[in-house]
Design a protein around this ligand. Structure first.
Ligand SMILES: Cc1ncc(COP(=O)(O)O)c(C=O)c1O
Length: 551
């Protein structure tokens, strides 16, 4: 009976979306057939009338000409290596929904190379200066020049030691002291990536609690290690992971009653879109993307988690690889006013070089048991605490204490909330179907009218001189050094790009076009494509997947 009750409780704590059901999501993903739109269907996947399709085509041709001329060198060099770089192939395929991807890749080639950075801009091989909102995956908190200085000065500090590993360079002592102060925790370990820091946190939590399972919340990213990525993307099911509903009492009930939970992993960035995966344009098939940040509600949720974890001896881990140092000098712990048992940092904290850091309470960080010398918790890494990483980290940690950097944090949320609101007001006044939601400097674009073409916006933004990462409009990351003038320039370009996209007919609307009707249509297409390929082998003798085209 108790087993059944626990099972039911677990089911109730799962989010109803596929994101909440890892196994089902993986199964569903394996069933989605490949098909793509041909030249005519590409422009009227929403059954728009001929004149709208013609306007879209004209806009697309113009945009393609702009791309071909403006990004030529950058695109050429990218094409030269793309066949040999799996990462590039993956990201370029997954910029937009797969039905459109092939056509887009053939005609709109932004390229993957950048030559230099300065202020809030980057410059590509063709000499285009673009406003950077990629944020370098979140690394760039204080502006690229800040990191260039960290790297230059930090490297200078450790040059005499060079690449000696195992022994520490003396700058490491300062880094340890400072990071323990900032985190408010007792011990630290250095790693080479955020993924590794999370792995180590979970491994230690399992070791000390002698329990098996980790809890993560629906949609949260914690790196690409198998146990924290149980759904699509991981060929194996993660058996010792519970994916629970974020901000939901049902999840607290699970934490209160199960005895196999070692730790709870929280990525505070989820506060912007609880229970949804990081928004990327490859899944932007309609306008269903939603985002809204409620600081007080999320802080209350963290307090509730803190209480239940303390009561049940579960290790509460804040994964601050993304938000650490970005939302407050003391990261999410300070920002939300809740303390964790372990905190992971990464991205920005090594001043621009690769790193992962784990800080934790002594009772959870120890890798051995005094009374059981052979029962250890092993973790090493050749490059951990690399002198150059420690050197730039030292610069970073010193510089964030300067008045100039401290000043960047003053009124931070007010500044960015006001900017987001002003942009939304401009969009609303111009009757454009685009809005933004933000958690401080981390923004996401969402769309207010049903459309199949929102992902096109990333290309209009690019043409307007704004550099986005490969996830497109799902994530805009600003650095704190964006001045009012810089932001005004970007906001102006965003509005102009949206106006141009509207002029080209991509946001055509009709009463019958709703998010629901779009999703239905896509589902029908998928079923049709599966039927079309049924009877044929899924793989040709050469091993390539058959690809019916939808006319
Ligand atoms: C919250 C969080 N945890 C972990 C990671 C993984 O870090 P890395 O890419 O350095 O392995 C990321 C990366 O985006 C992240 O955002």
């Amino acid at each position: 009976m108790r087993k059944l009750q626990l099972r039911l409780q677990l089911s109730r704590a799962k989010h109803r979306s596929l994101t909440g059901h890892s196994r089902m999501a993986r199964r569903f993903a394996s069933l989605v057939p490949f098909y793509e739109y041909d030249d005519s269907r590409f422009f009227r996947a929403d059954a728009a009338p001929d004149e709208i399709a013609a306007a879209r085509r004209a806009g697309f041709v113009r945009l393609a000409a702009v791309f071909a001329e403006r990004f030529q060198k950058t695109a050429d060099l990218t094409a030269e290596i793309a066949g040999g770089v799996s990462d590039l192939q993956f990201t370029s395929r997954n910029r937009v929904p797969f039905q459109f991807s092939g056509y887009v890749r053939r005609h709109l080639k932004p390229g993957a190379f950048v030559e230099s950075s300065s202020g809030v801009t980057i410059t590509d091989l063709d000499g285009n200066r673009l406003y950077d909102v990629t944020g370098s995956y979140g690394v760039n908190v204080f502006g690229y020049d800040f990191y260039k200085e960290c790297i230059a000065r930090g490297s200078e500090r450790v040059r005499e030691l060079g690449p000696v590993l195992g022994a520490y360079h003396p700058v490491t002592a300062y880094n340890v002291r400072r990071l323990l102060q900032i985190s408010g925790l007792d011990e630290i370990s250095f790693h080479m990536s955020g993924t590794e820091a999370v792995m180590q946190a979970v491994r230690l939590a399992r070791y000390h609690t002698r329990r098996t399972h980790l809890v993560r919340f629906c949609g949260a990213y914690h790196g690409w290690w198998g146990d924290v990525q149980p759904g699509v993307g991981n060929p194996l099911a993660a058996r010792e992971t519970y994916t629970l509903k974020d901000m939901d009492e049902a999840s607290l009930r699970v934490l209160r009653s199960r005895r196999d939970i070692a730790c709870v992993l929280v990525n505070p960035l989820q506060a912007l879109h609880p229970n949804a995966s990081a928004p990327g344009d490859s899944t932007l098939i309609d306008s269903g993307r939603k985002a809204h940040f409620d600081r007080a509600a999320y802080a209350a949720w963290l307090r509730a988690l803190r209480a239940v974890c303390s009561a049940r001896g579960i290790v509460l881990i804040f994964d601050e690889v993304f938000v650490g140092f970005r939302i407050a000098p003391g990261g999410a712990q300070e920002y939300f006013g809740v303390r964790a048992d372990m905190v992971t940092y990464g991205k920005t904290v090594a001043g621009g070089l690769p790193v992962g850091v784990l800080c934790g309470l002594a009772q959870y960080m120890r890798r051995f048991r005094e009374d059981r010398p052979a029962d250890i918790c092993f973790a090493r890494g050749t490059f951990n605490a690399h002198p150059y990483v420690m050197g730039t980290m030292h610069e970073f940690l010193q510089r964030i204490d300067t008045d100039a950097v401290r000043a960047l944090y003053h009124g931070l949320d007010d500044v960015w909330n006001t900017r987001a609101q002003a942009l939304n007001e401009r969009m609303a006044a111009a009757q454009l179907p685009v809005r933004v939601a933000n958690l401080s400097t981390i923004w996401t674009v969402y769309y207010t009218g049903a459309s199949r073409y929102n992902w096109m916006f990333q290309y209009y933004l690019r043409a307007a001189g704004i550099a986005l990462s490969w996830v497109g409009t799902g994530r805009l990351i600003f650095s704190l050094n964006y001045t009012e003038a810089d932001f005004a320039a970007v906001a102006g370009r965003i509005v102009a790009a949206a106006e141009e996209m509207r002029r080209d007919g991509w946001w055509w609307s009709a009463p019958q076009l709703t998010n629901k009707s779009i999703r239905r249509r896509v589902l029908r297409e998928m079923i049709q494509a599966r039927w079309a390929s049924a009877g044929r082998p899924a793989t040709s003798p050469m091993g390539s997947i058959s690809s019916p085209r939808i006319k």
